[in-house]
Structures are given as C-alpha cells and as structure tokens.
Design a protein around this ligand. Structure first.
Ligand SMILES: C[S@@+](CC[C@H](N)C(=O)[O-])C[C@H]1O[C@@H](n2cnc3c(N)ncnc32)[C@H](O)[C@@H]1O
Length: 226
C-alpha cells in the first residue's frame, strides 16, 4: 500500500486503497454520456486508471476502441473486450497516439505533485494531433463540504467522511461506501486544486482547457498547447 493510502472491506485492495469488489459494484452514472458527447464517434481511447472497467465497458458498447491501463492486476482481470496494460500511468510510454486520453476519477488531484506531472506528461505524449485529453476533477466543495453523503440509485450510500490537512496543501480524505451486505472504506491523499491551479498544472504539462464539459466544471476537455 502506498503511504497515506488505505482501504478496508472484502476482497483485494489496490496500492491506492481502492477495493476491487467495490468498483465491480459501482454504477457508471452519467460519465460515459459525458465522454461520448465530447469526442468523435468510434474514437480510439486510452483510459488511464481504468479499474475494473466501470467506464471501459459502457464505452466499448458505444463503439469506442479502448486501451485500458491500471497498475492493479486484480482490477485489470475484470476488464473485458479492451486491450489491457498493467503499469504506472506516470511512467507509461507506449510509443502510440490516441484520439482521446482519459484521466478520470480525480487522479489529477493525486497528493504527489511529481506523480501528477508524470500523469499529465503521459496524457500529452499519447494524444494524437487533433485529439484531446478528458480530465475529471473534483467539484468546488469537494474538500469543504464534509461530512456529506449521497444515496446512489444502485442501492448504496457514498460518504465523504472527512478531509483533513496533512501538510503541503494535501488532504487525507476518507470515503465510505455502504451496501446492504458490505462496507468499504478508502483513505487517500488528495490535493485540492482551484480552477486556476488546475489550469496552471495543465499549462505546465503543455495542455490547455478547450472547454469544461459540465456546469460544475468537473470534466474538462484539454488539448496540447499550440
Ligand atoms: C478510484 S479507482 C477508479 C477506477 C475507474 N477509473 C473507475 O472510474 O471506476 C482508481 C484506479 O486507478 C488506479 N491507479 C491509481 N493510481 C495509479 C497509477 N499511478 N498508475 C496506474 N494506475 C493507478 C488504481 O489501481 C485504481 O484501479
């Protein structure tokens, strides 16, 4: 387990505290719709941090080709119908370009700024000319409005229990997922980024926001800086 990261609950837990069984149960929500609306039909997508394929599978069903990357073999074993690659996002160098690079699940907020730089570098080096990078970021109140909870139509409750500063602008966040028959928790390090800080981080990597895809600003379509 990575320092500052922890997961509890049934089944395998990844180095960043995610539970494989939990991710196999979570619904995809509106995320595939947001992605589909933002990219050309049939695009070749490089999905970074794909987990069990919660978003991969709906994207394949919609006619996209997906190369799915994750550092967890247990997560990747659950992915069906996509080319899968195991490895660290920040060290990825496939020597290939994709129409779309997808960096979702707030990975851009990773506590380690060097890892974030590496992840954004991977996005830039793998996006084809004329292509785009889709990034999912935290909403404005993500760290401020705690504790909070949301009942998912899938029959479970998601709670952000706490977000406590641990220094260097990083918070330790504790999340809880309660199902009728099981509960999982994840503790992870996240660096809050205002819109300005987010755009600065992208600029540093050679990316600029072309548009925010959702009203809450949590999904951005970015392109390499001209
Ligand atoms: C919160 S889960 C989200 C999975 C998937 N994107 C989803 O929405 O269901 C994060 C995933 O990213 C993977 N991950 C986290 N940091 C990573 C890194 N630096 N390199 C490769 N995979 C990573 C974890 O193993 C985990 O499967």
């Amino acid at each position: 387990m990575r320092e500052g990261y922890e997961g509890t609950g049934p089944g395998a837990i990844t180095p960043d505290g995610c539970a494989v069984e939990l991710y196999a149960r979570l619904t995809a929500g509106d995320e595939p719709d947001i992605i589909e609306a933002a990219v050309p039909a049939g695009a070749r997508i490089l999905e970074l941090g794909c987990g069990v394929g919660r978003m991969t599978h709906p994207l394949l069903e919609r006619g996209f080709t997906v190369t799915a990357v994750d550092e967890s073999a247990e997560m990747l074993e659950r992915v069906r119908g996509a080319r899968t690659l195991r490895g660290a996002i920040e060290g990825l160098d496939l020597g290939e370009k994709f129409d779309v690079v997808l960096l979702a699940s707030f990975l851009v907020h990773t506590g380690d700024a060097e890892v974030r730089r590496g992840m954004l570098r991977t996005c830039v080096t793998h996006v084809a000319e004329g292509g785009c990078v889709l990034i999912q970021r935290e909403g404005a109140d993500y760290h401020a409005k705690v504790p909070r909870e949301r009942a998912d139509p899938g029959g479970y409750t998601v709670r952000i229990v706490s977000a406590e500063p641990v220094g260097d602008g990083v918070n330790s966040v504790r999340a809880e997922y309660e199902f009728p028959d099981a509960t999982w928790t994840q503790t992870f390090l996240a660096r809050p980024l205002t819109e300005e800080q987010f755009e600065e981080a992208l600029a540093e990597a050679g990316l600029e926001v072309a548009e925010y895809l959702t009203e809450d600003g949590t999904w951005a379509r970015a392109v390499p800086t001209a």
